[in-house]
Design a protein around this ligand. Structure first.
Ligand SMILES: [Zn+2]
Length: 351
């Protein structure tokens, strides 16, 4: 398929040269772009997903509680992925890490924790000062007795948080690499962020929303990913789908990509989960936001949420759908708009 497409592009170029139109038309570059998109999407594989998940959800990472040495190691792992994807650091002092103080943590109010933040500059001079955030939380609830509600499973006291939210963390790393590999970047600038402190109460995302690397007023949308590797194999829920015109974009992506066998569907829980992940930190400040979520399960916040129960194929196809959604939003002529009633519900008082 790829080879045929490449030949077709070369043939079109040769015809254009023979016809004396060397400064030729948009069509070869459009074909080029479609081929490049197909290639980077093919690079989001289940095996790579599972390999990276095995690193951050290993027992040695001790459930990535906030704060901990292991949540710091996870942040460094994500930062290395952002760096090798060619992204620009957007944390403190030219690094990928944005550090915040856990002042709400009564037992250790001077402790700190990391967010990991990076930017991929947009290609369109007219749109690159508008931003689209792609986010996930990298922390989890640590180990039983660690003060974060990790339920043991027999002798196993480590809450690996493989699905919650190793799956979303790996998604952000794979998306960074895919977008970073595109020869033509999306029109708008992408901001990739991985938060800690989510399980404590959205702490990292609240801090980043209050100290954004790029202005929230020019932020067109937040696409968050939390728990995408279990449950249904033919659909992923877009929590917040009906709250803004992002929903129409996800419908379009579902129609355009039947080959992935992964429909983007509406939240069947009427918003129950919307306040429970990091997109809410941005939505309540007025930024149209959604979160990709494959639904709750009884292993959440227990030592059973471990790597073998996460389905790499479901996750990889979901991540490909996130890629297409983000790319559409980043290239769209106009930015997403809230539905008025939803804005009144989730971001009351925000002009
Ligand atoms: Zn959780």
């Amino acid at each position: 398929m790829t080879l045929l497409l490449r030949r077709g592009v070369l043939a079109a170029g040769a015809v254009a040269l023979m016809a004396g139109c060397a400064d030729s038309p948009a069509s070869p570059s459009v074909a080029d772009d479609a081929r490049a998109v197909a290639q980077v999407v093919d690079g989001i594989t289940a095996s790579e997903f599972t390999r990276m998940l095995g690193v951050i959800a290993a027992d040695s990472m001790r459930g990535r509680g906030t704060p901990s040495r292991e949540v710091e190691l996870t942040a460094l792992y994500v930062a290395a992925a952002f760096q090798s994807a060619g992204l620009t650091p957007a944390g403190d002092n030219g690094t990928f890490v944005q550090r915040f103080t856990l002042s709400a943590l009564a037992s250790n109010p001077t402790a700190t924790a990391p967010n990991v933040v990076a930017v991929l500059e947009g290609s369109d001079p007219a749109k690159r000062s508008e931003y689209l955030y792609v986010t996930a939380h990298l922390d989890h609830v640590g180990v039983t007795g660690g003060g974060q509600n990790c339920a043991a499973n027999g002798a196993d006291s480590i809450c690996n948080g493989a699905n919650d939210n190793g799956s979303g963390t790996v998604a952000v790393m794979q998306l960074a690499r895919a977008f970073g590999a595109l020869p033509v970047r999306p029109a708008r600038t992408l901001v990739f962020a991985a938060f800690s402190g989510e399980e404590r109460g959205l702490w990292g995302s609240a801090y980043l929303a209050a100290h954004p690397p790029k202005p929230l007023a020019q932020t067109v949308a937040v696409v968050n990913i939390d728990m995408i590797g279990r449950n249904a194999s033919d659909s992923v829920v877009i929590v917040g789908k009906t709250y803004s015109t992002i929903g129409a974009v996800t419908d379009q992506v579902t129609k355009a990509h039947p080959e992935l066998g992964m429909r983007l569907v509406n939240d069947p829980w009427n918003g129950t989960y919307f306040t429970r992940s990091d997109q809410y930190s941005f939505a309540k400040l007025g930024v149209p936001s959604v979160f990709f979520f494959n639904g709750p399960h009884t292993d959440v916040h227990t030592a059973r949420d471990d790597v073998p129960l996460v389905n790499g194929d479901i996750a990889a196809r979901s991540i490909k759908m996130v890629f297409h959604t983000v790319r559409e939003l980043a290239n769209a002529t106009s930015r997403p708009v809230w539905d008025a009633a939803s804005k009144a519900r989730w971001a009351p008082g925000v002009p």
